[in-house]
Design a protein around this ligand. Sequence first.
Ligand code: FPP
Length: 246
Amino acid sequence: MSHKANIDLQKVPQHVAIIMDGNGRWAKQQGENRIYGHYEGVNSVRDVVEGAGEVGVKYITLYAFSTENWNRPKEEVDALMELLVSTISAETPALNKKNVRLQAIGNLNSLPVTCLQELNESIDLTSMNTGLTLVLALSYSSKWELINAVKHIANDLKIGNLESDQISEEHIEKYLCTRLIPDPELMIRTSGEHRISNFLLWQLAYAEFYFTDKLWPDFRKEDLFEAILNYQNRERRFGKTSEQLT
Ligand code: FPP
């Protein structure tokens, strides 16, 4: 029986963040080059986004390209950018059909112009959709994001818009890329690695982490449902005791 049938639809995490890892290793296992793995990874993206919508997840954030990924061999970076452009362009009608709104976080101005144009066009074309919001983290890293926020706060202090003893969580959040997005309750990482690799460090403060050995091209909506079920069986205490929760 599908894991989907066992999910309590009243307790679905509203935001799931995913580190899609293992494309390169998957391709190697098939005797192919790394880029083939990224292409296969797109099939997982499609299926998982569909599954998230089916169970009522409101936001799904995918770590598609980190700040550190710019250091990969040029041909891999170029292929990933090309894949992003072609995927975003090809999938926009399907996103509209499924009522999915596309958004992006990261240092988007560092993306190649064609990639940024395609992205902005798709964000625009899907902006009226009211179902799932798909957030692509592109040229993103938490340290970059936090440095950026600190610079804005320093400027607010300098021009007298803020006193240092007024700085609160809200001030920091106001300058994060995710200011309009709720924090993820569930973070999934594929491929057996147990790290968060500079991903949403602030926003994951109270998220539940779910690690699976599956490589990203093998991960499908059924695996997402399994992760959500696992999440639903955890006790989220937010610093309180079990007794306080009941
Ligand atoms: C990590 O696997 C994966 C990436 C750096 C890229 C992820 C991109 C996609 C799945 C395709 C495009 C996505 C969208 C949303 C259009 P890895 O290369 O680090 O694998 P390895 O650890 O096995 O080497």
